[in-house]
Design a protein around this ligand. Structure first.
Ligand code: GUN
Length: 284
């Protein structure tokens, strides 16, 4: 029987602490952290994520601006909006919700966000800093995973850490954070040979591959810590992760559920990054 890592509970604790620090900062400086989120188009999952971000900002006492732009928005229009927000001193973080409609150049858009307002840490400058281990903006989802491990007192140093998935948003920065914490890190992907042999070596297994129920109990070492970053929708509309919870839970020592695992932690780190951006904007 694995311990179920309750992301909602951990996120609530961390958010209460952030809220308190943001209030202290605002009363000392008069600066209220401000986040602007741009969503282009009508992707239903993205709309839910953006609504959750807005709610979290409001609960933390932040300014929260949501810009909903139509699916046929041109790149020039989107870049103009980013320029406006770049000049707005009350906005400390700018986030463009991904994925963008296919006619928009994601790379060009992300590079237009100034690094000091890039609270997603997607800009090349910020991704480079993460690689070097010298950064102020944490990559939201991987840093959320690290925070959970810290709360659960799970030691990383010297452990075999296996990541399944090599995305720029999760897999690659996750590898860096685990490496900075002295883990022995392996990154697997769709071309990895003998995947289950590799996953079975993991003391800490992080799965972010975007395939429902992909990791099954026979792929997990007894006693492993299993972190499920996946967020897939089943045909019946229910959310499910990349880990087959029912077969993995009896094998693991700890496991994150979906929903209620990593998801709430991601937004928590976004709040942290926005507070950092607000502080740095006035040299604090
Ligand atoms: N779409 C899915 N995850 C994310 C995220 O962390 N940031 C942004 N901007 N878009 C996303």
């Amino acid at each position: 029987m694995a311990k179920i890592i309750d992301g909602k509970k951990i996120a609530a604790k961390v958010r209460a602490d952030i809220k308190e620090r943001a209030a202290t900062f605002a009363s000392e400086t008069g600066v209220v952290p401000g986040l602007a989120v741009i969503i282009v188009g009508e992707d239903p999952a993205s709309k839910v994520y953006v609504r959750n971000k807005h709610r979290a900002c409001v609960e933390a006492g932040y300014r929260s601006d949501i810009y909903e732009m139509s699916a046929d928005t041109t790149e020039a229009e989107l870049l103009t909006k980013i320029e406006e927000l770049k000049a707005d001193t009350g906005i400390h973080g700018i986030l463009v919700q991904l994925p963008l409609p296919s006619h928009l150049d994601e790379k060009a858009v992300l590079e237009a966000i100034p690094p000091e307002k890039d609270v997603d840490a997607f800009h090349v400058v910020n991704t480079g800093k993460i690689m070097l281990g010298d950064y102020s903006f944490l990559p939201c989802t991987p840093a959320g995973v690290m925070k959970m491990l810290e709360y659960e007192n799970i030691d990383i140093s010297g452990k075999e850490c296996v990541i399944v998935g090599r995305s720029n948003i999760v897999g690659k920065p996750m590898a860096m954070l685990l490496l900075h914490a002295n883990g022995t890190v392996t990154v697997c992907h769709s071309r990895t040979k003998n995947l289950s042999e590799v996953t079975r070596r993991a003391d800490i297994l992080v799965v972010a591959i975007g395939k429902a129920d992909f990791i099954t109990g026979d792929m997990v070492k007894p006693g492993a810590v299993v972190i499920d970053v996946g967020m897939n929708r089943r045909d019946d509309g229910r959310l499910t992760g990349d880990v087959d919870f029912d077969s993995v839970e009896p094998v693991a020592s700890a496991i994150t559920p979906v929903p209620g695992g990593v998801g709430p932690m991601t937004i928590t780190i976004l709040l942290e990054n926005t507070l950092t951006a607000a502080k740095e904007s006035i040299g604090k």
